[in-house]
Design a protein around this ligand. Structure first.
Ligand code: ZN
Length: 155
């Protein structure tokens, strides 16, 4: 399902050259295209900031080494090295990979929260809170359905 996404990202890279690769590799689709590309659950979270049910994601319990990539555009977002069991029922990390995510403030629950999105496709991933473990003290509370786990050597 991600073939067109990856190809368009590659095309952007080739056309623009490595100098402006970061901007060129942004992955964009219309809402209707995203709906076709993603599972209904991933679409609801990534494109419409839904939140999956706590303890519903198998990735919450995932303990193997590897990389957690964006379910929307396949960008590597988190290393298993920064994953921890927060007890919240959502996959949690104390740091993202460099240049992987962006943040913005939302008020969906009335109070300000810091929403986390994929830097490449701007898909909503979850929120970040300041009650995480050392060394950062941050807790990136992610929707497992917005991530795809790739077992292997951790980034
Ligand atoms: Zn993405």
């Amino acid at each position: 399902m991600k073939r067109s996404t990856v190809l368009s990202a590659l095309a952007g890279f080739v056309l623009a050259g490595p100098g402006i690769a970061r901007a060129a590799t942004r992955v964009t689709h219309s809402d209707a295209e995203w709906r076709k590309l993603l599972t209904p659950e991933a679409y609801a979270v990534l494109r419409h900031e839904d939140t999956e049910r706590a303890f519903s994601s198998p990735l919450d319990e995932e303990k193997h080494s590897g990389t957690y990539a964006c379910a929307g555009c396949d960008l590597a977002l988190y290393s298993s090295k920064t994953k921890f069991d927060s007890g919240t029922g959502w996959p949690s990390f104390w740091a993202p990979l460099p240049n992987a995510v962006g943040t913005k403030t939302d008020y969906l629950l009335g109070l300000p929260r810091t929403a986390v999105h994929c830097r490449r496709c701007e898909g909503h991933l979850g929120h970040v809170f300041d009650d995480g473990p050392k060394p950062t003290g941050l807790r990136y509370c992610m929707n497992g359905v917005a991530l795809r786990f790739k077992p292997g050597r951790a980034a």
